[in-house]
Design a protein around this ligand. Structure first.
Ligand code: ZN
Ligand code: ZN
Length: 357
């Protein structure tokens, strides 16, 4: 399986005319090699795949990354680089510019005087965006756990519970039903707190008659789910019904656009237009969605700043929202898999926001 990933990297390197590449981002390193240690760098050429790590990890690396030559670092990557490049006969090496600090780059550049360090961005991330069957199976598990946890929440949520209690209940439920952990600090934002898209859970007691935004996810073998539902204890007043209906329509329209070849900005605009036409254009400040996998936020992006194009195997969220200061927020988030002919909505959690109390 990892051999295939390496082959995809080498194709990308050839297209970028890079004879060698250094991979230092932990998730990219893990994705390509299987090595789960916290320190290590990959050096990949057309015919070599080397994992450089220190003495703490060489044994684990040999077990986890059978496709790689393990090189024990006596000092650091910079010191080992000149020899590696000379052995490989390359004088042009790509590195992950978004994940190398200025200080590291300076040291590398000082040591590697004979070769050129070429900044790259998103090379492995682009490969990671297209999920393999094994990865999809784990994502489906993470989605199912979050869906079931949400169903549990809908049965048990009551006025007077604090946001933190709700978040903790969800966390415990997911961890005792197959999750290795939570995907991120769970968001439970009731009433006015919901007006902040990234509010965490506070000590505020939830009440009937106000929106409650719950944004949650599970992690299974490194893969994540990301689910948002907005609840309302009671029947819902006019504002809530209007805002909720607008967000739901925006989400449905955007989900209908998901297909190979669709552009991130266009899918985003589909939802944004509906929200703007309802008079809430100023109240939807974030992008529509993002890829999910080994990272909770990864490629591709569904927003106005990206140039990403959807392709089969991409897994993305669709999460429009409306946020009204002093009142609260409504966000509804699904995860979807882009297929050969369109998209499969992975999330099954129900979208009836009302809980009778
Ligand atoms: Zn989310
Ligand atoms: Zn999300």
């Amino acid at each position: 399986m990892k051999t295939e990933r390496l082959a995809r990297l080498r194709e990308r390197m050839a297209a970028l005319q890079l004879p060698a590449m250094l991979i230092s981002h932990p998730l990219n390193r893990y994705y390509l090699s299987g090595f789960s240690g916290s320190a290590g760098t990959l050096f990949v050429t057309a015919d070599r795949a080397v994992l450089l790590t220190d003495s703490r990890y060489t044994e684990r690396a040999a077990g986890e990354a059978p496709g790689f030559e393990i090189v024990k670092l006596e000092r650091d990557v910079a010191t080992a680089l000149p020899d590696l490049l000379a052995q490989a006969g390359v004088d042009w090496v790509g590195f992950e510019s978004a994940h190398v600090t200025c200080a590291e780059y300076k040291v590398w550049a000082e040591k590697v005087r004979e070769a050129t360090l070429v900044p790259t961005q998103g090379v492995v991330e682009g490969i990671r965006a297209v999920k393999e069957a094994e990865e999809l199976a784990l994502i489906r598990q993470a989605v199912a756990i979050a869906d079931a946890a949400y169903a549990y929440l809908k049965r048990t949520i009551r006025p007077g519970m604090t946001e933190k209690q709700v978040a903790w209940d969800l966390e415990v439920w997911m961890r005792t039903h197959g999750a290795d952990g939570i995907a991120f600090d769970l968001i439970v934002a009731s009433g006015p707190n919901g007006a902040m898209p990234h509010a965490l859970a506070s000590d505020r007691e939830i009440r009937a008659g106000e929106p409650i935004v719950v944004d949650m996810g599970a992690r299974v073998h490194g893969y994540h789910s990301d689910l948002t539902r907005t609840l309302y204890l009671g029947n819902g007043d006019g504002t809530f019904r209007q805002v909720y209906d607008t967000v739901l329509r925006a989400q449905q329209a955007a989900e209908a656009r998901l297909a190979p070849g669709a552009l991130g900005p266009d899918v985003d605009a589909t939802a944004r237009t509906i929200i703007a036409e309802a008079g809430y254009g100023e109240n939807f400040g974030h992008g529509l969605g993002h890829g999910v996998g080994l990272a909770v936020h990864e490629l591709p992006g569904l927003n106005q700043r990206t140039q990403d194009t959807l392709a089969p195997g991409h897994v993305v969220t669709v999460e429009p929202g409306i946020y009204l200061t002093g009142w609260g927020g409504v966000r509804i988030e699904d995860m979807a898999l882009i297929t050969e002919s369109g998209a499969e909505i992975l999330t099954q959690a129900d979208k009836d926001p009302f809980v009778r109390v």
